[in-house]
Design a protein around this ligand. Structure first.
Ligand code: GAF
Length: 395
C-alpha cells in the first residue's frame, strides 16, 4: 500500500483507508480527499417538491463515497467498486447531455452542470463506492451527485452554498441525466442532520431541521425494498408532473402550492377527473406535511402513523404511482403492527417505509417476506434506517 497519506491511514470512518488505497492502486496517485453523501428516505411529502410545496425527508445512514484526485489535463477517469465496468475514460470537452451511460451519468452530469454555471472544473480521477441500494427509491443517484459536487466545490474553491449545489445537481438531473425531478433528494443529502428530518419549503429552499428519532419512542423505521426497479427518466414521473402543471394552469395559480384543501371543491368543477385527482394528491399531501411537522413537535414520532397511511392511500388512488409490491408491503406491515406505512420516493417501484414498534419488528419482517413469497414476488430486502448527517468531507 504505497503513497497513501497519513490522513488515510489513521483510523477514520470505516472503509476510508480501503477507498484511498484502492484509488492509489487503480490510478497510481494519491486522492486529494474523500467525500461522502447519504441517500434519503422521504418521511412524507411526495411529488410536492416540483409543485413548490413542502417535503420532509431525512438523510439516511447509507452513503456514497468518492475519492477524487485532480489531474493536470481535461481527462476524466471514473471507476466504481460496484458494477464491474472498469475505468471509464472521457474528456471534459466531450461532456454533453446524452453522452454518458450507467452510473457515470451522475458524476459527469455534475461536472457538466458546474461548467454550465461557469465554474472551471478540472479533469479528475474518481473512485466511487456506495452503500445506498441502487434503484430502491432511496436516491442512490443523488447520493453520488452530492458527494461529487461537495468534492468539486472544495477542490475548485467555488464556495457554492448548499442552495446553489441543490440547483446545480437539479440541472444535472434534469438536463444531463434527463430526469425531470425536483429538489427534495439533493436537499436531504446535502442539508441532512443526524437525528433530524429536513422540513423544506421548495418555493424558497428554507429549511428547518425537525427532531426525528425513533429509538427513544421504541420505534424503528423499516425500509422494505421491493426490488421493483424504476427510473425517473421513464414516462410516469414526467406525466405526473405534466398533470400538475396543467392543473395549476387551469386553476390560474403559479404552482399547486397555491391551492388549499378548502379550494378543492371548486377545483373539481374546473378540472377533468384525472387531473383533479392528481391535484388533490398534491394539495392534501402538502397539508399532511405541515400536520406531520406539528404532530412531531407536539407528540413525537408515535403520533404520525395515520398521516403516513393517508399519504400512501393518496399516492395509490389519486396519484396512481404505487404498484402491487408496494401496496403489499404497506398493507402487510400495517396488519402486523406497524403504526404507519407508505411508499417513499417517486413511485412505480422502489421502497416502502413502515414505522414499527420495536417489539413487533421481527413479526413485520417475517410477515412481509412471507406475503411476498405467497404472491410470487421477488424477495424484498428489509432493513432499518436512522436520520443521519448530510454530505461532508471525511478525509
Ligand atoms: C424523486 C424526485 F427526485 C424528487 O424530486 C421527488 O419529486 C420525488 O421523486 C417524489 O416526491 O425522488
Amino acid at each position: 500500500m504505497s503513497a497513501v497519506p497519513d490522513s488515510f491511514t489513521t483510523p477514520g470512518p470505516a472503509g476510508t483507508e480501503d477507498l484511498a488505497a484502492r484509488f492509489s492502486r487503480e490510478f497510481g496517485s494519491v486522492p486529494a480527499g474523500i467525500w461522502q453523501a447519504p441517500g434519503r428516505v422521504n418521511l412524507i411529502g411526495e411529488h410536492t417538491d416540483y409543485n413548490e410545496g413542502f417535503v420532509l425527508p431525512f438523510a439516511i445512514d447509507r452513503t456514497a463515497r468518492v475519492a477524487v484526485g485532480v489531474r493536470g489535463d481535461s481527462t476524466v477517469r471514473l471507476l466504481s467498486t460496484y458494477g464491474d465496468q472498469g475505468v471509464v475514460t472521457t474528456s471534459l470537452d466531450s461532456l454533453e447531455p446524452g453522452s454518458a451511460k450507467g452510473w457515470t451519468k451522475y458524476p459527469l452530469g455534475v461536472m457538466w452542470a458546474l461548467r454550465q454555471r461557469g465554474i472551471d472544473v478540472p479533469g479528475i480521477d474518481l473512485l466511487l463506492e456506495s452503500s445506498v441500494p441502487l434503484g430502491a427509491g432511496l436516491s442512490s443517484s443523488h447520493a453520488i451527485e452530492c458527494a461529487v459536487i461537495s468534492a468539486l466545490n472544495d477542490l475548485t474553491g467555488a464556495g457554492l452554498k448548499a442552495e446553489e449545489m441543490v440547483l446545480a445537481t437539479q440541472l444535472a438531473e434534469n438536463d444531463f441525466v434527463g430526469a425531470p425531478t425536483g429538489i427534495m433528494d439533493q436537499s436531504a443529502s446535502l442539508r441532512g442532520s443526524k437525528g433530524h428530518a429536513v422540513f423544506l419549503d421548495c418555493r424558497n429552499q428554507d429549511v428547518s431541521l425537525v427532531p426525528f428519532e425513533t429509538e427513544p419512542a421504541d420505534l424503528v423505521m423499516l425500509v422494505i425494498d421491493t426490488k421493483v426497479s424504476h427510473s425517473h427518466a421513464d414516462g410516469g414521473y414526467a406525466s405526473r408532473r405534466a398533470s400538475c402543471e396543467l392543473g395549476a394552469e387551469v386553476l390560474g395559480v403559479k404552482a399547486l402550492r397555491d391551492v388549499q384543501v378548502g379550494d378543492l371543491e371548486e377545483a373539481a368543477g374546473l378540472l377533468d377527473e384525472v387531473t383533479f385527482r392528481r391535484v388533490r394528491h398534491v394539495v392534501t399531501e402538502n397539508d399532511r406535511v405541515l400536520q406531520t411537522v406539528e404532530y412531531l413537535a407536539a407528540d413525537g414520532p408515535a403520533s404520525i402513523g395515520a398521516l403516513l397511511d393517508a399519504s400512501h392511500v393518496s399516492m395509490r388512488d389519486d396519484f396512481e404511482i404505487s404498484c402491487p409490491e408496494l401496496d403489499l408491503a404497506v398493507d402487510t406491515s400495517r396488519a402486523n403492527g406497524a403504526i404507519g406505512a407508505r411508499m417513499t420516493g417517486g413511485g412505480f417501484g422502489g421502497a416502502a417505509i413502515a414505522l414499527t414498534p420495536v417489539n413487533v419488528e421481527q413479526k413485520v419482517r417475517d410477515a412481509v417476506v412471507k406475503a411476498f413469497a405467497g404472491a410470487g414476488f421477488t424477495a424484498p430486502d428489509i432493513f432499518t434506517v436512522t436520520p443521519a448527517a448530510g454530505a461532508m468531507r471525511i478525509a
